[in-house]
Design a protein around this ligand. Structure first.
Ligand SMILES: [Mn+2]
Length: 221
């Protein structure tokens, strides 16, 4: 049976449908979304509806976490919610929140020698000791070894990941599709008008579909 790992969907429900079709996905085949299912795109509710109805698995992304914290009332005092998150907050129903709250920060798939995580893992730190802020936000390792969420601070963490597990991750649309020896970055910027990408095991093949349009500007407003 195949497992499909899919990059940041960000509410792009039409593209998710198209990608499952492009992969020749059959009900019963495992799908693991690598986080950021919601926000920025046009149809977060549709993505969560598909995830529940089709039995898709997922790990938690920073945007998923962010809207969950607001929904649960744990937001930081004085912080203002961005429109793209406000929109998610007012449109999700109880079953959607339950699904989001059930998502883990990472998934180990020993039978595939693979790990799914939204942002990244700090090389050299055991999986169980990885910090939540890194699992959800990591992008780079600075020259002094310090983990950072910024692209410009150093090398992609995935280029330093030694394996042996293959890590499938998202969260880095700026760098786009990344193929390192033991880590593949699947965020090819669908919501910014790029592509939605899947990596499929055990066949070891990438599939992707184009975004219908750019729903947001990658460089921000
Ligand atoms: Mn993210």
């Amino acid at each position: 049976m195949r497992t499909l790992f899919i990059g940041d969907v960000h509410g792009c429900a039409d593209e998710l449908d198209a990608l499952l079709k492009e992969c020749g996905w059959q009900p019963g085949e495992r799908v693991v979304l690598v986080g950021d299912l919601v926000a920025k795109g046009p149809d977060s509710v549709g993505v969560l509806q598909r995830a529940r109805e089709l039995g898709l698995q997922a790990v938690r992304g920073n945007h998923d976490e962010h809207v969950l914290r607001w929904h649960q009332g744990h937001q930081k005092q004085g912080k203002k919610l961005k429109p793209e998150h406000q929109q998610v907050l007012k449109s999700l129903g109880p079953a959607d929140w339950k699904y989001l709250a059930s998502l883990l920060l990472y998934m180990r798939l020993p039978e595939l020698n693979a790990i799914a995580v939204h942002a990244g893992l700090v090389p050299g730190v055991p999986l169980r000791e990885q910090r939540q802020e890194h699992l959800l936000n990591l992008r780079s390792i600075a020259p002094d070894g310090k983990p950072s969420k910024r692209v410009e601070d150093g090398d992609p963490w995935a280029s330093l990941w030694p394996g042996p597990e293959l890590v499938l991750f998202g969260h880095d649309a700026l760098r786009g599709l990344q193929k390192h020896p033991h880590a593949y970055g699947l965020d090819s910027g669908c919501v910014y008008g790029g592509r939605l990408t899947a990596y499929v095991l055990p066949e070891g093949r990438f599939y992707s579909v184009p975004a219908r349009r750019a729903y947001m500007d990658l460089n921000g407003p």
